[in-house]
Design a protein around this ligand. Structure first.
Ligand code: ARG
Ligand code: ZN
Length: 871
């Protein structure tokens, strides 16, 4: 059944208070819910009460304390209907029993390594009890959790702890938690289990003392310190940058090892995939530290953007997710290097969101309809949603943005809001009409901005002509409001170019076509456009390599310096992939420019320099080519360009690699400076290995043996993994033995092997699926092996013989019976199948049709398969 935004109407009933009594048991957990209900004045008078359920069994039902006769209600696993509920307030007591051990969907109440936990977003609460499971039903919750003390000494809930005690005459105990803030059911959570923890106290700007805790598997407490520190830094940052203080006496984070997504912002009780909590120098990479910091911040920031102000319905998902991604990006940028972080954000957007926008799964940032909401936690809603918030800030300026945010929070506090409410706060604040800007939310498509520059040497003017088109948005799609941050670069550096329509360096393109003329320009300039990636668009401008590389040398905008080298590389790669010719026209110019850049700046900013060395990914090249894609041709073009660059840069890289070595005995630091040096050294190692595999293999093995950090050890292994031979197999085997008890580390070992671009990888994955390190029941394992294969190994996934598609399709079908969400996510790897060349296209389509016609599919997988084939 399709659910449509236009069909939204308020619920006929409200639930003001929820009193839960949850008696945990491995196979028969008993939930008693006392719901304080009343008719909604905004609903239909006299309507029946229809509560949601999902695979539920009803064991007791009472209205105002009295058992209901059978003819008064109808109960199925999927719902509970009261035919004639009272016209005034009433209480409903609902008793259900669920089996958390058998819950393999990891939605609702389940067990992960013996720990009881919950996941209720988007619609998991209805797997615990019958409820109005929709985000515009806000209730105050009190939760009593009871369990065997031996099995679950720790009992955590939302809000503040109010009471604990023993259940007399039994081996059981209980804890009562009360959350004073009204919330939707998707933010409900409990945890019960044997857990270790680290804690500290935090005093908010309002003087509230908060007990912070991070709970992990016993024995791993030392690996929770970094996450705990990140919680405190997030709290301080949100107070300073957004004026948002925390609002409960406790804030807990719990790490669990079986989790469908990254983490969840349950009120006062964030539950995390353990890979985004656990870190120590010996076990975590620099990327792990950065992810932990970002995701801890993301979930914490939801306390205001998502929890205090929540969403009216799931079509408004970007209201909390896009905004919260924007907030966590800003936090990470403040904690680390802003330019380096911005480049990372854009790479993610281009790798995930641009292809989504160009394929059959394309949807607006605010979708208009859905069959399964869990399939809409997408790069478009999250990442493009964040870009819209960023553009809004660029358009109205920093001060107005902050004031608008304050207004949004205060006007909507305690309510379930919409995108319109969000924009209204900024419209009121600035006096601007944001109706046109709001179009960004309405339709899919990545806009294309064609720009041409015209220099008039006599008049000394330079004119830029802009034209925007929106492929795939529909012929009647109106032009968008597009902030273009820009500047002009002369042969020797930036020019002062003024035009009344450029304010604070930003020109706003609002129509399909527009032009901008600059006066007093002495010589033909090079335009630096979309500085800092000021809009999520594709730019088409015919600049020569020489002009691009002028930007690399002279632009003041770090993003565009990086972008200019990427553009040259992309042009070379696309031409080489199309022609198949051995020569790479322009690679020497690029190599020379990179050499000059490294000379001047690698020592000063190694993290940025590491990004300069990274070529556009195979996926990005494919997405730029857009049609009739041959992944083998792209791979080979990319390999040849890497060889050309490596041949030219290898000696320089070897010297820099030594110069950027950590001083002997230096203490480990996960901070950006040290991580940046590691990033550069390892990018250099990788290129040295391309130029000279024998030398590369020797350096990689030495690094694996002597590495002081997991970053360096894994980088050595990843480099070695590109070099076929016995040394590789021996090091892979030794690594598996060394970390046999470290599943999160072996995930990276699985991922490195899944990404090997060799014919034998399919067989290798078959072997790994039978390795003790792998498990089909753990989402992290599946993502590391099969997910990485499907996303990061384009030549093998897209094998002409279809074996790559078959591997992924078989996994999807096997997984769908246990965990539809993970199966559906994996299936999105087929999202760009229509852009392939005909032979692969046919093979991919056959695999998709095989899935679509399989019996007993989940709604999740049926939805992705159906849309992939229909689009
Ligand atoms: N709200 C979570 C976040 O921080 C994502 C949870 C999504 N879970 C799901 N089953 N769809 O982004
Ligand atoms: Zn989120």
């Amino acid at each position: 059944p399709t659910i449509r935004l236009q069909d939204y109407r308020p619920s006929d009933h409200l639930i003001d208070r929820v009193d839960l009594d949850i008696r945990l048991d491995p196979h028969a957990s008993r939930i008693t819910a006392v719901l304080a209900l009343r008719p909604n004045p905004a609903g239909t008078p006299g309507a029946q009460l229809v509560l949601d359920g999902d695979e539920l069994g009803l064991v007791g039902l009472a209205l105002d304390g009295k058992a209901l006769p059978a003819e008064a209600y109808a109960a199925t696993p999927a719902g509970l209907t009261l035919h004639a509920p009272p016209q005034g307030p009433f209480t409903l007591t609902v008793e259900t029993v669920v089996d958390p051990t058998a819950n393999t969907k990891l939605m609702g109440l389940y067990r992960s390594s013996g720990v009881y936990c919950t996941q209720c977003e988007a619609d998991g609460f209805r797997r615990i009890t019958y409820f109005l499971d929709r985000p515009d039903i806000l209730s105050v919750y009190t939760t009593r959790i009871e369990a065997a003390r031996e099995e679950a000494p720790v009992l955590l809930g939302n809000g503040n702890p109010v009471e604990t005690g023993d259940v007399p005459g039994t081996d059981r105990h209980y804890a009562i938690w009360q959350d004073p803030h009204p919330k939707p059911a998707y933010l409900f959570a409990i945890v019960g289990g044997r857990l270790g923890h680290v804690g500290r106290s935090f005093v908010t700007s309002e003087g509230r003392e908060v007990a912070l805790g991070v709970y992990v598997e016993p024995g791993k407490e030392a690996r929770a310190d970094y996450a705990l520190d990140a919680v405190a830094r997030s709290m301080t940052w949100d107070e300073e940058v957004f004026g948002r203080a925390y609002d409960l006496d406790v804030f807990n984070v719990v790490a669990v090892s079986d989790f469908n997504m990254g983490a969840m912002e349950n009120k006062g009780l964030n539950i995390f995939n353990d890979k985004y909590v656990l870190a120590s120098p010996e076990t975590a990479t620099d990327a792990d530290y950065a992810n932990i910091e970002a995701i801890i911040a993301h979930e914490y920031f939801h306390n205001w953007s998502g929890n205090r102000v929540t969403c009216r319905d799931w079509f408004q998902l970007c209201l909390k997710e896009g905004l919260t991604v924007f907030r966590d990006q800003e936090f990470s940028s403040d904690m680390r290097s802003r330019a380096v972080h911005r480049i990372g954000e854009v790479r993610t957007l281009r790798a995930r969101q641009f292809p989504e926008d160009a394929g059959p799964l394309a949807h607006p940032v605010r979708p208009k309809h859905y069959a399964e909401i869990n399939n809409f936690y997408t790069a478009t809603v999250y990442e493009k949603g964040a870009e819209i918030v960023r553009m809004l800030k660029t358009l109205i300026g920093e001060a107005a943005f902050r004031n608008g945010m304050d207004r949004y929070f205060s006007e909507n506090d305690g309510t379930a809001a919409t995108v319109e409410d969000f924009l209204a706060a900024f419209a009121t604040e600035t006096g601007r009409d944001l109706a046109h800007f709001a179009q960004w939310y309405e339709r899919p498509s990545t806009p294309r901005i064609a720009v041409s520059g015209h220099y008039d040497a006599t008049a000394k003017t330079y004119r830029l002509d802009f034209r925007q088109t929106r492929p795939g948005a529909g012929a009647d799609a109106p032009p968008l409001v597009i902030p273009v941050a820009l500047g002009l670069i002369g042969p020797d550096g930036p020019l002062t170019a003024t035009n009344a329509r450029v304010r604070d360096g930003v020109f706003v393109l609002e129509s399909a076509e527009d032009s901008l003329t600059f006066e007093n320009i002495a010589a033909q300039p090079v335009p630096s456009l979309f500085r800092d990636f000021s809009a999520p668009v594709r730019v088409e401008m015919a600049l020569s390599d020489a002009e691009q590389l002028t930007l690399l040398r002279h632009d003041t905008d770090a993003f565009n310096r990086w972008e200019s080298a990427q553009r040259v590389a992309l042009r070379i790669l696309i031409e080489a992939a199309r022609s198949g010719s051995e020569t790479l026209d322009g690679s020497e110019g690029l190599a020379a420019a990179l050499a000059a850049f490294l000379d001047g700046e690698a020592l000063r900013d190694p993290a940025f320099a590491a990004l300069m060395l990274a070529l556009p990914s195979e996926g990005e090249v494919a997405s730029e080519i857009g049609a009739n894609i041959d992944p083998d041709a792209i791979f080979s073009a990319r390999r040849r360009l890497r060889q050309a660059l490596a041949a030219r840069l290898r000696d320089q890289l070897a010297v820099l690699r030594e110069q950027l070595a950590d001083p002997a005995g230096a203490a480990f630091s996960p901070a950006a400076a040290a991580a940046g040096r590691r990033a550069f050294r390892n990018a250099a190692l990788d290129l040295i290995a391309v130029a000279d595999p024998e030398r590369g293999a020797a350096l990689a093995r030495e690094q694996i043996a002597t590495a002081a950090t997991m970053t360096d050890r894994l980088a050595g292994l990843a480099t070695l993994a590109q070099i076929p031979g016995e040394a590789r197999e021996a090091e892979l085997a030794a690594f598996a033995e060394l970390y046999a008890d470290e599943p999160l580390i072996l995930d990276k070992w699985l991922a490195i092997q899944a990404a090997i671009a060799e014919d034998d990888t399919i067989a290798r994955i078959g072997r790994l699926q039978r390795h003790p390190a792998f498990s089909m029941t753990n989402p992290n394992r599946v993502r590391s092996l099969v997910g990485v294969f499907s996303l990061a190994n384009p030549t093998q996934f897209n094998r002409v013989d279809g074996a790559g598609y078959a591997l992924v399709a078989d996994t999807v079908l096997a997984l769908d019976k246990r965990n539809p969400q993970i199966a559906a996510r994996l299936l999105t790897a087929f999202g760009s199948w229509r852009q392939l060349e005909p032979v692969r296209r046919a093979a991919a389509e056959a695999a998709l049709r095989g899935i679509a016609s399989a019996g007993g599919l989940s709604r999740d997988v049926a939805d992705i398969a159906g849309r992939s084939l229909a689009g």
